[in-house]
Design a protein around this ligand. Structure first.
Ligand code: 5GP
Ligand code: ZN
Length: 117
């Protein structure tokens, strides 16, 4: 497991690394993805280091609901609420999770295919 002091998303949430922050509160921060896959591509993360979906437990279950809630508010701000958007959590190797700090991708501003690639 990546140590928290080496985690890029922990560094973004503490302000040690720069990012284009679009939302922040006590527990959640959201920022523009550095390599956008869609016109809107924002990452919504817990400030607390949770490595991924496998590490969700009863102690942080409510926090994860808040990630979706915050994403829906950002979708409204970005005016993609009615056109639609996709929320993605990659978990592990097969899904292509690169950063081992749990994050919700908010993707929108274009049409997506289903099933995903
Ligand atoms: P994953 O593949 O783990 O689900 O997604 C990681 C995401 O983090 C990718 O979309 C990647 O572009 C983004 N990312 C990686 N490093 C940085 C960074 O330093 N800053 C920002 N803003 N996004 C990053
Ligand atoms: Zn982290």
């Amino acid at each position: 497991m990546v140590a928290m002091q080496e985690c890029i998303f922990c560094k973004i949430s503490s302000g040690e690394l720069p990012a284009k922050i679009v939302y922040t509160d006590r527990d959640v921060i959201a920022f523009e993805d550095i390599n956008k896959e869609a016109p809107v591509h924002v990452l919504v993360i817990p400030k607390k280091h949770i490595p991924g979906a496998n590490k969700v437990d009863k102690g942080n279950i409510e926090l994860l609901g808040r990630l979706v809630y915050v994403a829906s508010k950002i979708a409204k701000d970005k005016k993609i609420e009615s056109s639609g958007y996709r929320l993605v959590i990659n978990s592990g190797k097969d899904a292509g999770q690169d950063v081992l700090h749990m994050h919700l991708h908010l993707l929108g501003g274009r049409k997506f295919t289903w099933p995903p690639g």
